[in-house]
Design a protein. Sequence first.
Length: 501
Amino acid sequence: MDDGANAPDNNGFPKPEGKTSAGKGTVCGCRRRWRLVGLALVLLAAAVAVAVWVMWDRRPAGPPIILTMPNGEKYQFVGTTYGKKNVPPFFEAKLVNALPTRLANWARKYVGPQISQYNAGEKFDPPHLFIWFRRNVPASTPGPPLTARLAVQEGIEGSFVLGNSGSIDPTARLADQGGVEAGLVDYSPAFESSLVWHYASFAVIPRRSRVLQLNLYPYGGGVGSISIPNPLYGKYPQWKPEPIPAVKRAGDLEVRLDDFMAVRQVGGGSTIKADGSLGIPYNPGTKFDFSVRSSRGTNEVWGLQSAELGDATGNVLKAWYGSIPLEVQGFPPPQLNEWAAYSQSFEGTLWPDEAAWRLKLELKHASGFGPEEIVTFKNVPVPAMGTTNNTPISKNAGGIQIVLTRFVRWPETMMNPRGGGQMASYITVELPGKPKGVALDFLSMKADAGKPEKYGSSEPDIFSYTVGVKSIPANAKTMDFTFVVQKTRAVEFLVKPPKAE
């Protein structure tokens, strides 16, 4: 009689003979299966958690906040996001953003109209705060000017006062809970009437303010304003300011900060301010005066490479100057016996409720370059007309690598197909690895036959440089390009926030 000892197990295999063997096999198999089940549950829970985090709807609770435009268009405030991508706070948009590129492109065929927005997929560095609106009602016949009263969550109210142009087309400014505007102006808020999602974005935010006020200034006059809770509100340390004037050293270079002020650059047409008073829009800015002195000699001239203005909450304003070497400008180096004075400014300012702002100045030589700072790309082949040479040429200057990555040859009289000015031949050089504390500048060029004419230059960022060549002699076969690659000097000052002038 069969006692079941050799009956097949659940997997269809006969059971092994012997009590000890059978017991071990059953226990080990069960444990293995339970471990696999447990691992699967953990992975499933992790996937669900990621999906919930990605899809979580952060739109404000409560009744919808509707903005009605004079032509009948309606815009609804739907929330805020913070990061390096302009992804609307909406399920479909976040789902598409989380997909691999191929799947995302496929998904857009089906949900594209629902998630349409200005510059979709654009990356922002540093991270930006995005204030989102949604267009949900098509336009109708334009009507008279309209004031739309908005009841925002937590009892905060705002209003839009708009013209009858049929489009907002605004500039946007951010204010703190006291109504003080600062930071940087957003000149191109995405309020295209053909899209569904719209936003204004800001890299500088008053993080000590519990409430944010967004002020929109439409073209043609008027102002729109809403106040919302600040998603980045928090507690931050305070810095201690230093008296001005102040002197800092960077090696043998002395830098003295002589004056520091916040200014309002006035411009534009008349408008109604957020507080209801009449006036004209202004763009906040920062101005500073400084002097430099070097102990290495009287003919050493310095220029400002960049400036940063920051606060203890993490806000940073950056300005890039890229002072042109004096040799390129055609000026002889001046004879300096003492301090050389400079005055500079950059767009934007910070909120004045900080105890101190930090001003960082990065300086470089404008003349008197050392031989180790000069690098020349010799006998660079001139490409045929209408072609591009992408063969990289690498050089080294003072331990810093510089690469000529591109030489483009265009006819001198060719017009830009997009409109605008005349196109020119050009070369592009880059600093691989994007080393910090390095300045790159163009000095000169020449051809093996005839004399080339420079068209202009631009610095897309501090790690690359493009030189336009308006004309290249027809019989030129090769050209030489000379650059300056140098290490910069940096100093920092802690200054008391001034009152706007």
